[in-house]
Design a protein around this ligand. Structure first.
Ligand SMILES: Nc1ncnc2c1ncn2[C@@H]1O[C@H](COP(=O)(O)OP(=O)(O)OP(=O)(O)O)[C@@H](O)[C@H]1O
Length: 399
């Protein structure tokens, strides 16, 4: 996508020794380090000793001699590198991250992911496979995949950066519930999921969104973001033209509004494909076109919601259901609605007529697997803010 990117000569590597239940160090030293050596790549390797060690190191270190930073671990470690690099780049260039309308400065250092965690969704969605050697080879030959980043804000403050799912309602509740079930191990996500499907909890509120600029893609078309994706590579020019036109023609952007009772509000900056759901939450979402897909699932029966969820695994169209809508967006804001006592009683009675449904007024946000303990949220997509050592998923249907 970005032609002429050079091979890295020096890398800063972080290994989470506890990643993937302890397999990250073994993977790096037995399968990867000698490949870097063979390719003549110099490395500085740091085994992390605590959560946020990698993020904090990147914020302080002299990074001038490196061509990239690499994590050996899962999505949690990738998130540390993402936050460290984006924050560091903004502070170096004097940009205030808390300003929602700030034009963030793109990061010049590339990020490599050697998948060695229990969840490696970012690697899967950008390489097409979770295989440490494949990822190492992408790093060695200097493949470059730009990537959009979503920034979430609450009450005038930056909350988090993310590249895949930001979910309220179902996915927020599943994460909150799974934290209570930590003691049962990785199966906690499945157990929490089953519990939350049957609790059939929906949350009232208003979603406002800014649609993507006119483009040649839509969340309901049949295209896929694949290696050399034209939608992504042509997006810079398109975004510039659209911004200029808008400045000339309109005073302010026009926000669209949906008020309702939502089982799930999901924003995904990429398809969020993973081994369990090969097409992901939004199969046609793009990695680097400056947009995210907003999926709204309105209140419906448990069976109807199960149908929607099930379609993520069987390749049927998960959006072709009466209570589901999807939009390609640049920004979104959500305002929860407080409910009165009558509504609380109605909720208690809804679950098969018995008072076992949950009655909490608001859900929380699940931001790439981390809890954001707030209901009100604004999200903005930042076009190609980071670059990965990857080349996107290759289109095997053409060969
Ligand atoms: N040395 C350390 N001790 C404790 N936590 C760490 C350490 N290094 C990194 N972490 C944290 O561990 C979390 C999980 O790491 P990672 O994503 O690599 O592994 P994982 O096996 O996929 O984990 P999980 O499935 O629990 O997210 C990260 O959020 C990271 O901040």
């Amino acid at each position: 996508m970005v032609a002429g990117h050079t091979r890295p000569r020096k890398l800063l590597v972080f290994i989470n020794p506890y990643g993937g239940r302890g397999k990250a160090s073994r993977i790096y030293y037995s399968e990867i380090s000698f490949l870097f050596q063979l390719a003549g790549i110099e490395t500085d390797v740091i085994e992390t000793t605590r959560a946020n060690h990698a993020r904090d190191y990147i914020l302080e270190a002299d990074l001038q001699t490196y061509d990239g930073v690499v994590c050996v671990g899962g999505d949690g470690m990738f998130s540390e590198l993402l936050h460290g690099l984006v924050k560091r780049t903004q502070s170096d260039s004097g940009v205030c991250e808390d300003k929602e309308n700030a034009m963030l400065t793109p990061c010049s250092l590339r990020i490599g992911i050697i998948p060695a965690g229990s969840t490696d969704c970012v690697c899967f969605a950008t390489v097409g496979i979770n295989d440490p050697v494949t990822s190492a080879l992408h790093i060695i030959i200097g493949d470059t995949q730009p990537m959009d980043v979503c920034a979430s804000y609450n009450d005038g403050q930056l909350m988090k950066y993310s590249v895949s799912l930001i979910g309220y309602g179902f996915f927020g509740d599943v994460l909150r519930e799974s934290e209570n079930l930590r003691w049962v191990g990785p199966i906690r996500y499945d157990l929490a999921g089953i519990k939350m499907v049957f609790s059939n909890q929906s949350y009232r509120g208003t979603v406002e969104y800014l649609e993507a600029y006119e483009s040649n893609s839509s969340p309901r078309d049949n295209t896929r973001c694949r290696t050399g994706c034209l939608v992504c590579s042509e997006s810079s020019e398109r975004l510039r033209e659209a911004a200029e036109e808008c400045q000339a023609d309109c005073q302010s952007d026009t926000w669209k509004k949906v008020t309702g009772s939502f089982l799930a509000i999901n924003i995904t900056g990429m398809s969020s494909a993973c081994p369990k759901s090969q097409d992901g939450l939004s199969p046609t979402a793009h990695l680097a076109d400056g947009t995210a897909d907003l999926i709204l699932v309105q209140e419906s029966s448990t069976m109807q919601f199960l149908r929607h969820l099930n379609r993520h695994t069987n390749r049927k169209d998960q959006f072709a259901l009466p209570n589901v809508e999807v939009h390609r967006i640049r920004a979104m804001r959500f305002t929860p609605e407080e409910f009165d006592e009558e509504e609380a009683i109605r909720r208690q009675k809804r679950f098969f007529g018995c008072p076992c449904g949950r009655t909490s007024e608001t859900s929380i946000w699940n931001c790439d697997g981390e809890i954001l303990n707030c209901a009100e949220l604004s999200v903005r997509v930042h076009h190609q803010l980071i670059q990965l050592f990857a080349r996107g998923i290759e289109d095997t249907s053409r060969s």
